[in-house]
Ligand binder design. Structure first.
Ligand code: F6R
Length: 600
């Protein structure tokens, strides 16, 4: 999704803004632009494609103390130079992240007032609307607020006005935007990595709060234009966490961090005693039904959670994709807990599902990575997974930390309901202690790369499994297709013969997972069905079989079933990574994808 960086300070802001935009590249974009004030003039430069194209337009001589930069992820109109931000209308120049849902209606009104538009964007309409209000009473802050109240949808704006060349303005509704303070000046940014080289002190804006930013001061206003005071926050991570640290790609670095991350996630909530979980979690024992709502990989962690919570705590769990849940009839009541899972905490559909549940008076719990994000702030309860900054678009460490959080939740609920006994808890604790070492050992295995070298030229790759393994197949398949662009499908092993098996031909790779003892025999029968139709079977298991019905075998260590998925996922992540690398794909920024999906 679009990235915004703005600066107002005592030193040249152009390099800072460009650097900031580069650190937001992970969000996904197709054009980039900047507007800055130099010699009392507002200059706009923008170009299609990578930030490098924008940099080529800027000479070393150019110097500006105030500017706004943008990376655009196209929503309204093609990725062209005309549609790239910043946009200008009348006295105003602005950058925008989000979608203005009623922009056509507003555009029609503005056209009648003689505004003309050169781009196809909703952003240019927003800019004209602010100018329109400004023309009425010449009050910049009022104009921004009045226009913002007229717009439906989600937005974050960085705004400059020709009549006040000393000030940068910012406002947001639903889309993320932080305001940061450094010794050289003040910033606005869509996400923390953009400012980390300069400062780690930042402020969060609530919906329709306005920031007036000069070189030395930041003043906040509420939607009635009353001045308000805000406390700053300090980002806990460091700059190193947002750099590659010697790895070729962020994705590889993030996969390699997983032993430390999982250790940390678990240690933050659980010291081996149920008393620690009692302290960490809200009292969730009164709920007799759980809805888990999320998108993409986060949705897949919900599928793992369903298996954990139903099996260990005997509570029915319904897992739903957020874009469906927000519009469907929900059969929840006061005994239902709605859990929202989101790495970014900003995903528009998940946020809308949360708001729907809250509006209906249902208790909500958010499992989130990004501290202070909308979902984290709005839910009744929030558990942070503490996975640190995740830069690669394809999630790995945050996915695993979400799964670990659900394992803890199932242990807690299972124990409280008397379904996990003391002896079993001792076994689980032993495995939790060894888990980081086991994760490390699972990562440090070059077999996955060798197998990837054998399959990367295939056009179709299948993942099959039953039960919990099927939930992991869904994620394995998504990981592969999103970064390598290979068509891949995840199937319940027993379903294959009801249609999909017709797609299996000689040497079609079938990655077959089997880690649950009670389902193993059945899964093996299904694998044999695929094998006898020519499939190249890559068998991923925690028990070496006596019979050889596979072409390649990946063995992972056996661990308590409530923790097993954490290990099983790792080979799938690394195989996908190497397949994409062999195909020369843009691994950290796959085409068309965005890290934080703030539009519906
Ligand atoms: C895939 C991936 C996405 C996200 C999804 C939800 O690798 O990262 O499928 O899981 O867009 O994002 P969050 O978790 O930020 O709500």
């Amino acid at each position: 999704m679009c990235g915004i960086v703005g600066f107002n300070g005592h030193k040249n802001g152009i390099p800072k803004i460009i650097k900031g935009l580069e650190s937001l590249e992970y969000r996904g974009y197709d054009s980039a632009g900047i507007a800055y004030i130099n010699n009392e003039r507002i200059t706009i430069k923008k170009e299609k494609g990578r930030i490098k194209n924008l940099k080529d337009l800027i000479t070393e001589k150019e110097n500006a103390y105030l500017g706004i930069g943008h990376t655009r992820w196209a929503t309204h109109g093609e990725p062209t130079k005309e549609n790239a931000h910043p946009h200008q209308q009348g006295k105003f120049t602005l950058v925008h992240n989000g979608i203005i849902e009623n922009y056509m209606e507003l555009q029609k009104i503005l056209k009648d007032k003689h505004y003309a538009f050169i781009s196809q964007t909703d952003t240019e309409v927003a800019c004209a609307l602010i100018d329109y209000y400004y023309q009425k009473d010449a009050n910049i802050k009022m104009a921004i607020l009045n226009a913002s109240k007229q717009m439906r949808g989600a937005f974050a704006f960085g705004i400059i006005c020709e009549d006040d060349k000393e000030t940068l303005y910012a406002i947001r509704k639903t889309s993320p935007l932080i305001i940061a303070k450094s010794k050289d000046g003040n910033f606005i940014a869509s996400d923390v990595p953009a400012i980390l080289e300069f400062t780690n002190e930042y402020f969060l804006l609530n919906d329709l709060e306005l920031a007036e930013i000069t070189k030395d001061n930041i003043t906040f206003y509420n939607e009635e234009l009353k001045e308000i005071k805000k406390e700053s926050s300090l980002f806990e991570g460091n700059l190193e966490a947002s750099q590659k640290g010697g790895y070729e790609h962020f994705m590889l670095k993030e996969i390699h961090e997983q032993d430390e991350i999982i250790k940390n996630t678990i240690a933050c909530y659980y010291d081996g005693t149920i008393a620690s979980l009692d302290k960490s979690f809200p009292d969730l024992t009164k709920f007799n039904k759980i809805d888990i709502v999320a998108c993409g990989s986060a949705y897949h962690t919900g599928l793992c959670a369903k298996s954990f919570i139903e099996n260990y705590a005997n509570i029915p769990v319904n897992v739903e994709v957020a874009s469906e849940y927000r519009y469907k009839k929900c059969f929840y009541d006061k005994n239902t807990l709605v859990i929202l899972v989101s790495q970014s905490g900003e995903t528009a559909d998940t946020l809308a599902a949360l708001r729907k549940a809250k509006k209906d008076g249902i208790t909500t719990l958010a499992i989130v990575n990004v501290v202070g994000s909308n979902i984290a702030r709005e839910a009744d309860y929030t558990l942070y997974i503490k996975a640190g900054c995740e830069i690669a678009v394809a999630t790995t460490k945050a996915y695993l930390a979400q799964v670990a959080m659900f394992s803890l939740l199932a242990i807690y609920l299972g124990y409280k309901k008397g379904l996990i006994q003391e002896e079993e808890l001792i076994e689980i604790n032993k495995d939790i202690k060894n888990l980081p070492k086991m994760i490390r050992k699972t990562i440090d295995n070059d077999l996955y790369f060798k197998i990837a070298d054998q399959i990367y030229e295939n056009k179709n790759i299948f993942f099959i499994g039953r039960g919990l393994d099927y939930a992991l197949c869904m994620e394995g398949s998504l990981k592969l297709k999103e970064i390598s662009y290979i068509n891949s499908v995840a199937y319940q092993a027993g379903e294959l013969k009801h249609g999909t098996i017709s797609l299996i031909e000689k040497d079609t790779p079938v990655i077959a997972l089997s880690t649950e003892d009670e389902l193993r025999e059945k899964t093996i029968s299904n694998i044999k069905e695929a094998k006898s139709r020519g499939a190249k079977v890559i068998y991923v298991t925690n028990k070496i079989p006596e019979e050889k019905f596979y072409d390649e075998i990946i063995t992972i260590e056996k661990i308590h079933p409530i923790l097993q998925s954490i290990l099983t996922m790792i080979p799938l992540q690394l195989m996908s990574y190497k397949v994409a690398k062999n195909k020369n794909c843009d691994i950290d920024k796959p085409r068309n994808l965005a890290k934080s999906v703030t539009v519906e």
